[in-house]
Write a protein that binds this ligand. Structure first.
Ligand SMILES: Nc1nc2c(c(=O)[nH]1)N[C@H]1C(S)=C(S)[C@@H](COP(=O)(O)OP(=O)(O)OC[C@H]3O[C@@H](n4cnc5c(=O)[nH]c(N)nc54)[C@H](O)[C@@H]3O)O[C@H]1N2
Ligand SMILES: Nc1nc2c(c(=O)[nH]1)N[C@H]1C(S)=C(S)[C@@H](COP(=O)(O)OP(=O)(O)OC[C@H]3O[C@@H](n4cnc5c(=O)[nH]c(N)nc54)[C@H](O)[C@@H]3O)O[C@H]1N2
Ligand code: SF4
Ligand SMILES: [Mo]
Length: 682
């Protein structure tokens, strides 16, 4: 039997971008393993990707274009040819453009694949068309913007730098779920005696690795960070030489903000006992080389960017940015090392067009006029379940007059509402160039197997649509490999020393963002900008989260699941089995107060919707909080709605980000009422 081994890359929206070794027999992937030559993966994959072949060759993969034959959302479709499907899209879009203008067409995509070419393949086409632009802000723009307000474009240290640290703060990050390989260096530091603290809203899968677990009231981390700074100052544990030479605004913060955050007040805001705040401040202030790892979750609040700003001050006050551990690791902005304008082609825009924030999809589909959204084209995203305010999104998707096209690998909750469904290739079936956001690795991948059925890659579909619309620019006939060559042809300082031969041969290589902790911070002042004179709020302070005024008693934390990745991987039965039931977890005191039993049916509700869950009573979740892990498909949920029926379309303080964790709910026993009432909505 002819067997071959191929190098590839995990295409998913995960900071690790692992290297894969794929065994192919008779045209099918039969085994997928971690690449031992990958400097970050080191031969190990997460449980989701260990059997990637079961996703690639899954019996439910879409194999032909489909046209809707029943009501929207019902799931009745009949196969059509690519020619018919593309012809119909072009004809409908010509009519929409004639009636409303091209801005009535809205592309919607996010991160089903992270490859630089396939992820961004629609931009040139939609720009040339003059469609509405989409602000792709569903993940964590408030994290990047908040961090950058203090640190500018200063690159993160190497992800393994924290191995030298003696105190690691995992702050709002479930690394055992969301960035497994970052824990390699954390474990190495631990072996050398480091203490690891977790600061989170509940004791999740990463808690057993940590020496201390501090549970903070959701959305109040900014006050905790200011409380630590207050104490560092009072206990004279600051690095005054570093502050004087490399920090702008420490004096102003000390004078105007820090006096307001003594430990007792911090306890009142955050729920963290004053004694614990003192212990944390002392451990941080006395550590030789402390390292901070902020996750993304803390930024998904109305005060998300401000929270990150307060956190970025911590390493500055103890001079940790100058130490071998690098002080903090937020994320690597490796996308900047490639000339993405060659793929995105803003220059093809016919003129100014409107931009819609992807978190406002529910509003845009139902309320927007002049022009309305007359057509929605969804690719590598699943807004029916991942976007906030699910009831509004589903109501919009159910509009009879909305022409919806969905390009997908599976019949997702979004695809069920499409007029036309187009089958998409998996990453083993197309070429791409991948870069990580949790390390500096870059890797090129070529197809390992032929496309399943008649599936086509994102790039191929946009090229076919360009032909159908009569666009003749050269970009619409370049192959993925041509485009990757173009991205690599233009030099960039981070790629200066890169082994191009190895990269071309499909091996992972590391970008070099510049040597060590050189103390020229990439901000306009060259210093860490605790005071940022260009922002309307020049100094960090504590802002309450949106939900502070919401009378519902439980803060809903909609955290990531270990066995899933947003709504991806739910096609895999063995992973679903390990995930168990769609659960809402609360503290025994909250369950007792409502007479709710462990394992029983409950309904969580607020002003936006109602969702049926199975209750899990656990002291890993503190009182006042309800945790729902994972973004489930509706067909595997006990009711008709999933967690985002409880999350709002409100945005973060900076960056236009999602506020998935900044919502409150109440819980009642039973599922009665939920199914029939909500079915009526769509
Ligand atoms: N297994 C798995 N891996 C994933 C994903 C997944 O869904 N599952 N998602 C992928 C994606 S899209 C991303 S963006 C990345 C990162 O994925 P993210 O979803 O950003 O996950 P984390 O960075 O781990 O941050 C989530 C943690 O923040 C905590 N948290 C929430 N609110 C607060 C708060 O107010 N204070 C504190 N201290 N903590 C808080 C939550 O309890 C949770 O433990 O991971 C990727 N990898
Ligand atoms: N409540 C709550 N909601 C959340 C989150 C949360 O923590 N809580 N996390 C949020 C975050 S951080 C993010 S990043 C978003 C993620 O939102 P999305 O980017 O929409 O992520 P997925 O749910 O992974 O859906 C990706 C889809 O792309 C498809 N796909 C994969 N590869 C390809 C391809 O090459 N071509 C095409 N056409 N399709 C492909 C997959 O089959 C899958 O259905 O969700 C957000 N939603
Ligand atoms: S850890 Fe992340 S990048 Fe690595 S295989 Fe799993 S999902 Fe993919
Ligand atoms: Mo994300």
């Amino acid at each position: 039997m002819p067997t071959s081994l191929h190098r590839s890359v995990c295409p998913y929206d995960c900071p690790d971008a692992c290297g894969l070794l794929v065994t192919v027999e008779e045209g099918r992937a039969v085994a997928v393993a971690g690449d031992p030559e990958h400097p970050f993966t080191r031969g190990a994959l997460c449980p989701k990707m260990n059997r990637y072949q079961d996703t690639v060759h899954h019996p439910e993969r879409l194999t032909t274009p489909l046209r809707r034959t029943g009501a929207k959302g019902e799931g009745a479709f009949a196969p059509v040819s690519w020619e018919e499907a593309l012809g119909e899209i072009a004809e409908r879009w010509r009519r929409i453009i004639a009636a409303h203008g091209a801005e009535a067409i809205l592309p919607y995509s996010y991160a089903g694949t992270m490859g630089l070419v396939q992820r961004n393949a629609g931009h040139a086409f939609f720009h040339r068309l003059g469609a509405s632009k989409l602000d792709r802000t569903i993940c964590s723009p408030a994290k990047s913007e908040g961090w950058a307000l203090v640190m500018g474009g200063t690159p993160a240290p190497h992800p393994d730098a924290c191995a030298t640290s003696d105190l690691i703060l995992l702050w709002g990050i479930n690394a055992a779920a969301t960035q497994v390989h970052s824990l390699h260096a954390v474990r190495e530091a631990k072996r050398k005696g480091a203490q690891v603290w977790l600061i989170d809203t509940y004791a999740h899968a990463t808690a057993p690795l940590c020496d201390r677990v501090v549970l903070v009231r959701p959305g109040t981390d900014g006050a905790l960070a200011l409380g630590i700074l207050h104490l560092l100052d009072r206990m004279k544990l600051c690095d005054e030489a570093f502050l004087a030479a490399h920090v702008q605004g420490a004096a102003e913060l000390r004078e105007r903000i820090l006096p307001d955050y003594p430990p007792e007040r911090v306890e009142a805001i955050t729920g963290v006992p004053a004694a614990t705040v003192r212990e944390l401040a002392e451990a941080y202030g006395r550590a030789r080389d402390p390292h901070l790892r902020p996750g993304n979750g803390i930024s998904r609040y109305g005060n998300g960017a401000m929270t990150l700003r307060t956190l970025a001050c911590l390493p500055a006050f103890v001079g940790a940015y100058a130490k071998p551990g690098g002080g903090a690791f937020a994320s690597t902005s490796t996308g900047g090392a490639f000339p993405m304008r060659l793929i995105e082609r803003e220059d093809l825009l016919p003129g100014p067009v409107r931009t819609l924030n992807m978190n406002h999809l529910g509003w845009a589909l139902n309320e927007l006029r002049d022009p309305p959204v007359a057509s929605l084209y969804v690719y590598h995203s699943n807004p029916a379940v991942v976007a906030p305010d699910q009831n509004a999104v589903l109501r919009g998707l159910a509009r009879e007059d909305l022409f919806t096209v969905v390009h997908e690998r599976f019949m997702t909750d979004t695809a069920l509402f499409a007029d036309l469904v187009l089958p998409a290739t998996s990453s083993l079936e197309h070429s791409d160039l991948y870069r990580a956001y949790g390390s500096y690795c870059v890797q090129r991948a070529r197809p390992a197997v032929a496309p399943v059925g008649e599936s086509r890659s994102n790039l191929e579909v946009f090229q076919a649509l360009a032909r159908a619309m009569g666009f003749t620019e050269a970009v619409f006939s370049q192959s993925a490999d041509n485009l990757i060559d173009a991205l690599l042809a233009e030099p960039h300082p981070w790629r200066a020393g890169l082994d191009e031969g190895r990269l071309a041969a499909g091996f992972p290589v590391e970008l070099d963002p510049g040597g060590g902790p050189d103390l020229r911070f990439q901000t306009p002042s060259g210093k860490v900008e605790i005071l940022n004179p260009r922002d309307p709020e020049p100094l960090p302070r504590f802002l309450p989260p949106h939900s502070a005024g919401d009378p519902h008693p439980l803060q809903l934390v909609t955290a990531p699941a270990v066995q899933g990745l947003n709504s991806t991987f739910h096609e895999r039965e063995e992973l679903r089995r390990r995930m168990g039931r769609m659960a809402l977890r609360v503290n025994p005191a909250e369950a007792a107060a409502r007479g709710l039993a462990d394992g029983g049916p409950v309904t969580a509700f607020n002003g936006l919707g109602e969702v049926a869950f199975t209750l899990e009573v656990t002291d890993k979740v503190p009182a006042g909080v309800a945790v729902a892990e994972g973004v489930w498909w509706r067909r595997f949920a006990p009711g008709d709605r999933t967690v985002n029926a409880l999350t709002s379309q409100r945005l973060t303080d900076r960056g236009g980000g999602s506020t998935f964790y900044d919502n409150r709910v109440e819980v009642r026993a039973g599922w009665s009422g939920v199914l029939p009432v909500l079915r009526g909505h769509s």
